[in-house]
Each structure stands twice: as structure tokens, then as C-alpha cells.
Design a protein around this ligand. Structure first.
Ligand SMILES: [Zn+2]
Length: 203
């Protein structure tokens, strides 16, 4: 006798939900049933928000942060200190730093870090556009806020040498962030301290 399961539409919904980060089989089933059984779930609104977000959000052409226009809210704000640029690994790091209030300049997300083991080389990161900004935007200081693990250090070393040749002041945020965990997990006070205690990068 065939085993009775949910109708295939519900099974497919569960399968799709399971693809989301942090959603296991139990949670996927619970969410799917909530969507199907509860009117107040308004799942059509959830679906609409997902579709609108996918088509309406892009990466800022200058810094790589999330944006609804070509340039994000930070890059198009004339009140920012346009002479300081903070280089981070991921667009989400920008939000961590913004929330800390430690920095009022502009950002540049690399979209990752150098990692030979994972086959991530300079050509895979937003390095050309970084060098272009340093050359064209008359920056005074480039501050690196990268992870303090081996790959973060290798990325800093490579880019620090590259940007020193351009005659801009290259600094790095102070130690004190948890190694390997990125900026996301650091609290605001730690980020502010790391920023204020930044040091000059020496090759
Ligand atoms: Zn931007």
C-alpha cells in the first residue's frame, strides 16, 4: 500500500522552504502548514514581498551595498565624509559599521576575500573598482575592516601594498574583534573601539 503523504503541492512547498538557511525539515513542515491552514498568515503578501525584493534590490555600483537605485543611500548622501573609505568583505559588514556609528565616510565592499584554497583570487573580488575609486575620488584615507584570520590578513596585505603605491594613507582597524567571525558578530562598542584605535598599515 502506498504511504500517505501531503498532497504534492504541500510537499513541494516544504521542499522549497527547506532550502532556506536555518530551516530544517520540522520547521519547513510547520511553516507550510501555517501558510495553508491559517488565513491570517497572508502568505500572498509574503510571496509578493519576496518577488518585489528580488526584482527591486541590486548592488550599489560604487560600494556594493544593497540598493534600490544605481547608487545606495550612503553613496548618494552629500553629508558623508567623502575623503575616507572603509573597505569591508561583505555588504552586510557595512550595516554593522553603520549601526555602530563609528564611521561617517564611504564604504567599499570587496564581495569576499582572497582565499586560494577556495579558488578566490583578486579577479573574483571588487578590486579594480576599489583602485579606480582611490585614483579618481581624491581619498585621503583607506581604512581596512577585514577579518583577522589568515585570509583577511592575506587580503589586507595584498591590497595594502597595492594602495600604498597610489599614495593614499592606508590604515586598518585595531585588533580586538573575534578572529574569523567577521564584523557581524561584533558589538557596537567593540567596533567603535576597533575603529578609533586604527593603525597605519605597514607592508
Ligand atoms: Zn553605495
Amino acid at each position: 500500500m502506498p504511504r500517505i503523504d501531503y498532497p504534492s503541492l504541500i510537499q513541494e512547498l516544504i521542499r522549497q522552504l527547506r532550502r532556506m538557511p536555518g530551516i530544517g525539515p520540522r520547521s519547513a513542515e510547520r511553516i507550510a502548514l501555517w501558510i495553508v491552514q491559517r488565513k491570517e498568515a497572508h502568505a500572498d503578501q509574503i510571496a509578493e514581498a519576496m518577488i518585489k525584493t528580488i526584482s527591486g534590490i541590486r548592488s550599489c555600483v560604487r560600494c556594493g551595498f544593497f540598493s534600490e537605485a544605481d547608487q545606495c543611500a550612503i553613496c548618494s548622501d552629500p553629508g558623508r565624509d567623502a575623503q575616507s573609505l572603509c573597505v569591508v568583505e561583505q555588504a552586510t559588514d557595512i550595516l554593522s559599521l553603520e549601526r555602530s556609528g563609528a564611521f561617517h565616510g564611504l564604504y567599499h565592499s570587496l564581495g569576499g576575500r582572497l582565499s586560494p584554497l577556495d579558488h578566490v583570487g583578486p579577479e573574483d573580488l571588487r578590486i579594480d573598482s576599489l583602485v579606480r575609486r582611490v585614483k579618481e575620488d581624491q581619498l585621503q584615507e583607506v581604512i581596512f575592516a577585514l577579518s583577522l584570520d589568515v585570509e583577511g590578513e592575506a587580503t589586507l596585505s595584498y591590497l595594502g601594498d597595492l594602495l600604498n603605491l597610489e599614495g593614499v594613507s592606508v590604515t586598518r582597524i585595531a585588533q580586538g574583534l573575534p578572529a574569523g567571525s567577521g564584523l557581524e558578530s561584533a558589538d557596537e562598542l567593540t567596533l567603535t573601539r576597533a575603529f578609533n584605535g586604527r593603525t597605519v598599515f605597514r607592508p
